[in-house]
Write a protein that binds this ligand. Structure first.
Ligand code: ADP
Ligand code: MG
Length: 253
């Protein structure tokens, strides 16, 4: 273990042309904690998530998971080690029901090759765990049989969370789970995440400061690709540099 951290990021860098999306990013996520990553649009939050999952190869820096260097591990092998993510833009099979989408994720998590795939829309051995995941993600049973394309925005976010949980992650990476949601949908997602707290470590990228301050054990503030402050909600609220760089722009803070 690296100083007790589940995830340790050291000096992460990524340039897109002349633009440094992450620029010497350091971050620790402790086992079981909910760690929020906040910052202005374009600060590099989604890039950091992509680097942690392996979708975006870093130009420099190291990523340690459970004390092991995973910097050059392909994304699928990181998932098997316990890293799982959701996306800022939800990616679902719109023609399939919520339950079938989750059943496919259960099947994928079982690691079979596509040749041996069962029909996830019929197989009760996949559908039962799929329903359990959807419930954990907050989607009511009455909505499990609805095609994903007909679900409300908040329900689609719940299905996506269920898909991320299918991999039985030890660290869940969530990129703006409240984005585009109404107030009641955001509150439902906040309650769901509160329920997951302690079961799985969470790195939460989110602009909804009410949710962040209610949920986070610690908060890191990302500005121009590097963390300018890490602390509890009270510490971050009181930090003058953070207020100037970010919080002053956000409503209600
Ligand atoms: P955030 O999620 O904090 O809003 P991003 O990580 O999406 O920020 O983006 C950080 C910066 O990198 C932005 O200026 C963005 O335009 C740029 N960027 C992100 N992805 C790409 C890409 N694939 N190609 C070029 N520039 C990118
Ligand atoms: Mg983003």
């Amino acid at each position: 273990m690296s100083g007790g951290a589940l995830l340790r990021i050291e000096g992460l860098e990524k340039c897109f042309g002349g633009l440094r999306a992450t620029d010497g990013l350091d971050l620790d996520v402790l086992p079981g904690e909910l760690h929020a990553l906040i910052g202005p649009n374009g600060a590099g939050k989604s890039t950091a998530i992509g680097q942690i999952t392996g979708e975006i190869p870093p130009d420099a820096g190291r990523i340690l998971f459970d004390g092991q260097d995973i910097t050059r591990l392909p994304p699928a092998r990181r998932v098997r080690r316990g890293l799982s993510r959701s996306f800022q833009i939800v990616q679902l099979l719109d023609e399939e029901t919520a339950e079938a989408n989750a059943a496919l994720a259960v099947q994928a998590a079982q690691g079979h090759s596509f040749r041996f795939w069962r029909d996830a829309t019929r197989d009760e051995g996949l559908r039962a765990p799929a329903r359990a995941l959807l419930r954990r993600a907050g989607l009511p049973d009455a909505r499990h049989g609805i095609p994903a394309g007909d679900l409300a925005a908040g329900e689609r976010k719940q299905v996506e969370l269920a898909l991320a949980l299918a991999a039985s992650p030890r660290l869940l990476l969530l990129d703006e789970p409240m984005a585009g949601l109404g107030a009641s949908e955001s509150r439902a997602m906040t309650e769901t995440l509160r329920g997951l707290k302690g079961q799985v470590a969470i790195l939460l990228v989110e602009h909804d400061m009410e949710a962040v301050f209610a949920l986070a054990d610690r908060i890191s503030v990302l500005v121009y690709g590097r963390v300018i402050a890490t602390g509890t909600a009270a510490e971050i609220r009181a930090n003058a540099e953070v207020r100037a760089a970010y919080l002053a722009e956000e409503e209600g803070v």
